[in-house]
Design a protein around this ligand. Structure first.
Ligand SMILES: Cc1ncc(COP(=O)(O)O)c(C=O)c1O
Length: 415
């Protein structure tokens, strides 16, 4: 029998994948990580905390004590929403951003990445639209894609996203029959650009979305890592807790390996999120939660957070200085007030080729800007992280970026 169609069909279990599996894409940032480990490469790619701020010695003692005092309880299954002492602590952390949250609004998750996944799963059907900053967090693109959600980008400037442009985009999408389910934003020390949404824009963004009945999904992974500790803007959640769903993370203020984050949402939403979370992880790790309560709730944490923020401020300053020294004319970059990243806009009319590979050829790992857009457009921008490299590595890495940009750039229109 000659069965052309049957013969061309993939064999084995792959043939039985769900349609949505087509949208599962490897993260371009994680691909850079593999290369960034190579000897001789300076990595300005990953948004990792500096290993020097991870409190491993304090945690060794705490872990031993928790296990010896309450081992059986801590090694047992736990509550689906998270342990009460942690949800209480999360409310205290949220108060630092001006929010009044209560434990019945908190769902603990396995990192804020899992929170992003759960919120998308709860709100979005295939074909729905999420409006997000352009560029946006690469990990969010992976989640939205896997739920077959279309991302519509709205440009970011040095003050963050323009609320009027968000409102206009929602209205335009509705006019052509599209369903906008969420406005996703990283308003504070944005990943990837490092910019922060100004206070008037915060108020207006929450207002225009509430008027249109579109929940704002506020991703606040870096909010407590401002360089000026005295100056903190209100979280979007604090401005309208009924209209905003807030994602928080212990990864950058404590440790990413423990995989702990949270969602703050009104109780009816939180209850549904708990059901969705239980279907995947049953409950968040009890041991991780106990460690967070012990450490973040202890006298160690605030001074350690201040030291971490001071270190990131110094590294950001080193990066700004290196950019002034080594960038060719025409390159522009952001000047962050916190977080881990700066963003470089390159000559938009030049063909920069595959920036990830060109960077590696010059001995530097970076994230090409195109990876931060849902349409995977050619990169005329790039993200550099200053969080995990030393000042000397930052200077050398930026020097190599400068060398790469001078080397081999062709004009698009021909010569
Ligand atoms: C903006 C943003 N959201 C979410 C995450 C995921 O963080 P977590 O480790 O809490 O899952 C990251 C991690 O880099 C991030 O930058």
């Amino acid at each position: 029998m000659s069965g052309g169609a049957a013969e061309s069909r993939p064999a084995g279990p792959v043939a039985a994948f769900a349609h949505r599996a087509e949208h599962f894409r490897p993260s371009p940032v994680r691909a850079v990580f593999e290369h960034a480990m190579r000897p001789g490469i300076v990595s300005l790619a990953g948004g990792n905390p500096d290993t020097g701020v991870l409190p491993h010695e304090v945690l060794a003692g705490m872990t031993a004590r928790i296990l010896s005092e309450r081992g059986p309880e801590v090694l047992q299954y736990g509550s689906g929403a998270g342990i009460a002492r942690l949800t209480g602590l999360v409310c205290e952390l949220m108060a630092l951003g001006g929010a009044v949250a209560t434990p019945d609004r908190i769902q603990v998750t396995a990192g804020s990445q899992a929170g992003l996944d759960l919120v998308t799963k709860l709100f979005c059907d295939p074909g729905d639209v999420v409006v997000a900053e352009g560029p946006t967090y690469v990990g969010a693109l992976g989640v939205f894609g896997s739920y077959e959600v279309e991302v519509q980008h709205v440009d970011v400037d040095e003050d963050g996203v323009d609320p009027e442009a968000v409102a206009a985009r929602i209205d335009a999408l509705r006019t052509v029959g599209r369903t906008v389910k969420l406005v996703y934003t990283v308003p504070t020390f944005h990943n990837p650009t490092g910019v922060t949404l100004t206070e008037p824009r915060r108020r207006r963004l929450v207002e225009v979305c509430a008027q249109r009945g579109v929940p704002v999904l506020e991703d606040d992974a870096y909010g407590l890592l401002g360089f000026d500790r005295a100056h903190r803007l209100p979280s979007l959640y604090s401005l309208d807790p009924g209209a905003v769903i807030h994602l928080g993370s212990f990864s950058k203020i404590f440790s990413p390996a423990l995989r702990l984050g949270w969602i703050a949402a009104e109780p009816s939403v939180r209850a549904r999120l708990q059901i969705a979370a239980e279907a995947v992880t049953i409950h968040p790790s009890v041991l991780s939660q106990e460690l967070a309560v012990e450490y973040v709730g202890s006298e160690h944490w605030r001074p350690a957070l201040d030291r971490a923020a001071a270190r990131y401020r110094a590294r950001c300053a080193a990066m700004m200085e290196a950019l002034e020294t080594y960038m060719p004319a025409g390159v522009r970059w952001t000047r962050p007030c916190g977080g881990f990243f700066t963003w470089l806009d390159l000559d938009p009319d030049a063909d920069h080729g595959d920036l990830m590979h060109r960077g590696l050829e010059h001995g530097v790992a970076l994230v090409p800007g195109g990876a931060c857009y849902a349409d995977g457009r050619p990169s005329t921008s790039l993200r550099l992280a200053f969080s995990a490299a030393s000042e000397a590595e930052i200077a050398e890495g930026v020097r190599r970026v400068g060398e790469m940009l001078r080397d081999g750039v062709r004009r698009r229109a021909g010569d």
